[in-house]
Structure formats: C-alpha cells, structure tokens
Design a protein around this ligand. Structure first.
Ligand code: CDP
Length: 218
C-alpha cells in the first residue's frame, strides 16, 4: 500500500509547526518540516558570508545540506528565517530540494505507514496526490504575537513591531514568488486558527484524518 501522505501548508506561525509533529506522533507517521530545508540552505549561505539572493550560491548550499543540520537550533534565528524566504524564491533551490521531500513522502523513514509534510507548497507542488491536504492560517496579528512569544521563550530579545514587519515581508515574498508560491491547493481544507488553541486545531485535524484513513481502508 503506498504511504498515506498528509500535506500541511500555511504562512509563518499559523500553527503548522505545532500541529504537524503532534499529528505525526498520534498516527505514528514520519514528519518532515520542509521549512527546515530552506532554513538550512539559507544558514549555509549566511555562514559563508554569501548573498542569499545569489542563485548559484543558494543552489550550491541547497545541494550540500547534511540532514543532521535540520535539527540545529541556529536554524530558528530570525535572520535565517528572512534569508530562507529569499533562497526559497530561487527556482534552482526549489528543484534541488524537491527529490528529498518526495522521497520522504513516498518512503517515510522507519516503518511508518505514512508521512506528514508541512511547508508552503506541499499540497500544490511536492505532493499533489496527498490523501489529506490542510491549509492552516491565522490573522497576521495573531501570527506575529505567537512568533514574538516563541522568540522570547527561546531567550531572544524581540519587539512586536519588528516581528510584525518581518512577517509581512516574508508573507509577501512567499505569496508573490513565481515558483510554487504559498497557496492553498483547491482540494485543501482550510483551518483558521486565529481563535482556536492548539488542542482545538488538533481535534479538528485529527478527526478529518481519521475519516480519510478509514475511507482509504487503513
Ligand atoms: O516556521 P515558519 O513558518 O516561520 O517558517 P518555515 O516553515 O520554517 O519556512 C521558512 C521559509 O522557507 C518560508 O518563509 C518559505 O519562504 C520557505 N519555504 C518554502 O518556500 N516552501 C516550503 N515548503 C517550506 C518553506
């Protein structure tokens, strides 16, 4: 039986990062946060003092990502987040990262019968045949407040106005780029998390997935 794939897309700090690993643990599926790939590519460029907007440098970085780097806490820094959306707009970078993501979905590591991938273009481009597609979103203000809390909890000093500004810039870059922009697939179910807590989002999503699993004979 082919792997059961759950595609979760949405803008920054919309709740995907909380929802995706929780769903994976609940259904015993493997999880890939695809944003980490773009962050890793950006990190490697910045580490060498390179320009994230330079297509050749960014593509070379995307091609030398060691999977161990994906768990590095330095990827969570705000300057890496900004640079990640710059490298993510370069078509050659997206192409370089596509095979890894598709392979993960088709052959989830371990003995998992399925995979949860979260990002911006999973339901539209990476896994257009995913069994379940969710588009997780929230108002800009709610997302900026969540990111501010996350940054402060991680020990960073951050102010709301800057976080809001950074998020608007990244939203614009992600939505307006020509290749695989942030978008809900036509067959995705949208979950607006502005007024929902993490448990409510999980209940909604897991109920939907449980029904899809039953319909697919799992
Ligand atoms: O965690 P957060 O939502 O802030 O961002 P992320 O998921 O770690 O993604 C970082 C950046 O990578 C995004 O702003 C996108 O530019 C890019 N990205 C993408 O283009 N396609 C994906 N499938 C995932 C991330």
């Amino acid at each position: 039986m082919p792997a059961f794939v759950i595609a979760i897309d949405g803008p920054a700090a919309s709740g995907k990062g909380t929802l995706a690993p929780r769903l994976a643990a609940h259904f015993n599926f493997a999880h890939l946060d695809t944003g980490r790939l773009y962050r890793a590519a950006a990190f490697l460029v910045l580490q060498k003092g390179g320009n994230p907007a330079d297509p050749a440098i960014a593509e070379a970085a995307a091609r030398r990502i060691d999977p161990i780097l994906l768990d590095d806490p330095r990827l969570l820094r705000e300057e890496v987040a900004q640079a990640s959306s710059v490298v993510a707009a370069i078509p050659a970078v997206r192409t370089a990262l596509l095979a890894f993501q598709r392979d993960f979905a088709a052959h989830p590591p371990g003995s998992a019968g399925g995979a949860v991938l979260d990002g911006r273009d999973i339901g539209t481009t990476v896994c257009p045949d995913a069994a379940v597609k969710l588009f997780v979103t929230a108002s800009l203000e709610a997302r900026a407040k969540r990111r501010l809390r996350e940054l402060r909890e991680s020990g960073a000093t951050a102010i709301y106005r800057d976080v809001l500004q950074d998020m608007m810039e990244r939203d614009a870059r992600d939505s307006e780029r020509r290749v695989a922009p942030l978008a809900a697939a036509p067959d995705a179910v949208t979950i607006d998390t502005t007024r929902l807590d993490a448990d409510q989002v999980f209940e909604l999503a897991s109920g939907l997935i449980a029904r899809a699993l039953a319909a697919h004979g799992h």
